[in-house]
Design a protein around this ligand. Structure first.
Ligand SMILES: [Zn+2]
Length: 432
């Protein structure tokens, strides 16, 4: 029997196809069957989307799901629920689990568990090096064949240039994406926040922007040398944006870059009061850096927006700033943060913002997702763009509550989220 869904009168924005107008979307058997004005076909289920915005389901390239190993912080199920509540239908799971995903067993586990949970598309990534120790390469080819969409030592970065070179050569041979968290350990040292005026005020050891700048340069140089497909994770500094812009100007199409939404919206001043939710990797930086990130978004240097969703239990954050864990959750807030701080603030239009959360990230991981093209998988998000809400980390679906946007007022909220033609989230509730 055919399963059908009709979404009526929504403002459809599908940047990949240049669509930005009020129309209906008809879904049959998990695929987009038709887009058009006044579709009159009968459907099993109808959603009245009048006054709402209909987009391809969002894709998040950087999510720490914590399963296997730290199910007290988050699971594939709770991360998927939080994703749905944010209009996100596909996530890339980071490999720094316990055990670390450095061979096919963990990759296969994540895929199997995600299938059982059956909420969003979960694409695992594997570690670049064994144990993420930065010494010897992991089972890259085997992990690719098991379904890993990328390799990354996110969280620690590969420090040894020769190991990084070999990893890129191997990634190129296997035709797999390498995602780099860019950091220079010797410069980061014991730093816990951005090095600048605020860190001086607080008396906390700082992480200089140069730690990121140098690592971004190193990664770009080696990607140019090896021809590997390189994706630069969560860029946050002026030097990073400048280096990526230059690489792109020089025609290096194998290099892509993202920013996590907190890095275009917030500054290191969030750390005042020793607010440990504001402690993250890379650190929230000063206004000058945030402005440079926004410039990079406006001129197309930055391809995608992510959350770097990093759940932590309370005991990991209820500590002196220096000892607290790095990271913030963000799956339920990323779209609203984008809308509030970029679109409402007048920096970019909504379609550009949506493109960096849909078909641009899909291209990076080479998945046929992120569009509402006829025949495409029916992953769809429906947003109320006028809905203003105050974030409360503890009210979300995530197992952890460490949200940097806690208490902030945002505009825009997912009302319905559809995966493979099935409505999985509606009006605050998981519906499947
Ligand atoms: Zn990272």
């Amino acid at each position: 029997m055919t399963n059908t869904l009709l979404i009526k009168n929504g403002h459809v924005i599908d940047p990949a196809n240049g669509i930005d107008s009020v129309m209906d979307v008809y879904v049959a058997d998990g695929k987009i069957e038709n887009l058009g004005k006044n579709i009159s076909k009968e459907a099993d289920q109808t959603i009245d989307a009048k006054g709402l915005v209909v987009t391809p389901g969002l894709i998040d390239l950087q999510v720490h799901v914590r399963e296997p190993g730290r199910e007290d912080k988050e699971t594939i199920e709770t991360a998927s629920m939080a994703a749905l509540a944010g209009g996100i239908t596909s996530i890339v799971a980071m490999p720094n689990t316990a055990p670390i995903a450095d061979d096919q067993t963990v990759i296969e586990f994540v895929i199997k568990r995600a299938k059982e949970v059956n909420l969003v598309n979960v694409y695992p990534s594997g570690a670049t090096t064994k144990g993420q120790h930065g010494k010897s390469l992991s089972e890259i080819n085997e992990m690719k064949h098991s379904g890993a969409v990328a390799i990354t030592d996110d969280g620690v970065d590969v420090q040894d240039e020769n190991v990084l070179r070999r990893a890129m050569e191997y990634a190129k041979t296997c035709d797999i994406l390498l995602m780099s968290h860019c950091e220079t350990d010797t410069l980061t040292g014991k730093g816990v926040m951005h090095e600048g005026w605020v860190s001086t005020q607080l008396g906390l050891p700082g992480i200089p922007a140069a730690s990121e700048d140098l690592a971004v340069q190193k990664n770009i140089i080696l990607a140019c040398m090896t021809g590997a497909r390189l994706h630069l994770l969560h860029n946050s500094s002026i030097g990073a944006v400048d280096a990526i812009r230059t690489a792109k100007k020089n025609g290096h199409k194998n290099i892509t870059a993202e920013v996590s939404v907190q890095h275009f919206s917030l500054t290191d001043e969030e750390c005042f009061g020793y607010n440990t939710n504001a402690k993250m990797y890379p650190p929230l930086r000063s206004k000058r850096h945030v402005e440079a990130i926004i410039e990079g978004i406006k001129d197309g240097t930055i391809d995608a927006f992510t959350t770097d969703h990093a759940p932590h239990i309370e005991p990991d954050k209820l500590l002196p700033f220096q000892d607290a864990a790095f990271g913030s959750i963000g799956l339920e807030t990323s779209f609203a943060v984008m809308n509030t701080y970029l679109v409402e603030a007048g920096h970019i239009d909504l379609s550009t913002g949506i493109s960096k959360m849909t078909h641009e990230p899909a291209k990076i991981i080479r998945k046929d997702k992120g569009t509402l093209s006829v025949g495409a998988d029916a992953d769809i998000a429906i947003f109320d763009m006028n809905k203003e809400w105050v974030v409360s980390g503890k009210d979300g679906f995530s197992k952890s509550h460490n949200c940097i946007f806690d208490g902030k007022k945002l505009k825009g909220k997912a009302i319905h989220t559809i995966v493979d033609g099935t409505v999985k989230y509606s009006n605050g509730k998981i519906t499947q």
